[in-house]
Design a protein around this ligand. Structure first.
Ligand SMILES: NC(=O)c1ccc[n+]([C@@H]2O[C@H](COP(=O)([O-])OP(=O)(O)OC[C@H]3O[C@@H](n4cnc5c(N)ncnc54)[C@H](OP(=O)(O)O)[C@@H]3O)[C@@H](O)[C@H]2O)c1
Length: 331
């Protein structure tokens, strides 16, 4: 796979990132370690985890840590082969200091993550969600401290809009603090609300690493109208973690499937290949449960979407500016 720049970080990353949110359940430790090794062997050099990930057993405020521990074991003898990203900010307990983006929480959690990951540095430390209770300067200063201490190499943001990234860049310039280098947003053919932000990221060298580019498996072609979800799929095992499948959704999925079929490409590869063509895309954060799913993701990097498909896909899954505007009588 041809590596891509991760924004202004100076890092080169594979266009596919191994997502680890399902490490623990439904992917138990031994399989998760094997999958991680298979991903590295297939050329994936970027791993995305978070202090809170613990698979399907996650609930709001549960302590997390499971996925980081598994990743730590998996990369112990190959740390230099991977760019490691983890996240901070989501609740890891019931107390007021068990969450958020204060300096206390960030600097405590970075140490916990380092211990679980069995490493002495994190390549990319990601702010999981904005925190309206903490001044951004406080968070940026904490990131600068962690960089200076050698615990992290760079920091990124997740679930932030372009205006929030803009504020981060502005404050960093004003106070001589490090720049945000990446943005992890939900983005897929079915979820394009951050579409406008991509150009901003491109212009300001913020690498976009979208999550759920397969929309939790919906964009793989395995869910069929009128049929129960396949046994062992996410819709079967953890329906709360995937959209409900209704008629309008199947209209879109079937239309995308027809386009993928027209170039003899599996729908998962087609959907990922489309995402890779979008502005500022550094690497797609894909969740996997089997080696075959990793191979599908890796093969997406070789798929070319025909030029005339882009307008057709915009019709099936309109980007925000094409959606009906109620101020203009639905136009
Ligand atoms: N920053 C954030 O707030 C945030 C939020 C969510 C996720 N993330 C990151 O994004 C990663 C990906 O998220 P995700 O796993 O929810 O979404 P996803 O990548 O869109 O979907 C992954 C799921 O789709 C199915 N799948 C994958 N490849 C397939 C293939 N080729 N054929 C058939 N099915 C396939 C598998 O589920 P089944 O086989 O079980 O059906 C897999 O677990 C996470 O691991 C995490 O690292 C970040």
């Amino acid at each position: 796979m041809q590596l891509r720049e991760l924004g202004s970080s100076g890092l080169l990353v594979s266009p596919i990132t191994l997502g680890t949110m399902t490490f623990g359940t439904p992917v138990p430790e031994k399989e998760a370690i094997e999958l991680t090794h298979a991903a590295i062997d297939l050329g994936i050099n970027f791993i995305d985890t978070a202090n809170v990930y613990e698979g399907y057993s996650r609930y709001l405020g549960s302590p997390g840590g499971v996925a980081e521990e598994i990743v730590g074991k998996a990369i112990q003898d190959r740390r230099d082969k991977v760019i490691l990203a983890t996240k901070v900010g989501a609740p890891v307990g019931p107390g007021p200091q068990d969450r958020g983006l204060s300096a206390s929480h960030i600097l405590r959690e970075v140490d916990h993550s380092l211990q679980r990951l069995k490493t002495d540095y994190i390549d990319l430390y990601i702010i999981h969600w904005p925190d309206k209770h903490v001044p951004l300067e406080v968070t940026l200063n904490a990131m600068e401290t962690a960089v200076r201490q050698g615990k992290i190499r760079s920091f990124g943001a997740s679930n932030h809009a372009a205006w929030q990234l803009c504020e981060m860049l502005w404050l960093a310039d004003k106070h001589h603090l490090p720049h945000v280098v990446s943005s992890q947003i939900p983005f897929s053919l079915l979820r394009r609300e951050f579409h406008h932000d991509l150009k901003f990221c491109e212009k300001h060298k913020i690498g976009v690493t979208p999550y759920q580019p397969l929309q939790c498996g919906l964009l793989t072609g395995k869910y069929k109208r009128g049929s129960a979800p396949p046994a062992g799929s996410r819709a079967d095992e953890k329906p709360e973690w995937i959209w409900q499948q209704d008629g309008p959704l199947f209209d879109k999925l079937e239309a995308i499937q027809a386009l993928a079929d027209s170039i003899d490409t599996p729908m998962a590869q087609y959907s990922l290949a489309w995402a890779l063509t979008q502005p500022a895309m550094s690497s797609l954060v894909v969740g996997v449960k089997s080696k075959a799913q990793i191979e599908d993701a890796v093969n997406a990097a070789t798929v070319t979407i025909p030029e005339d498909h882009f307008a057709k896909l915009d019709e099936i899954c309109p980007p925000p500016w094409q959606q009906p505007d109620p101020m203009r009588g639905g136009m």
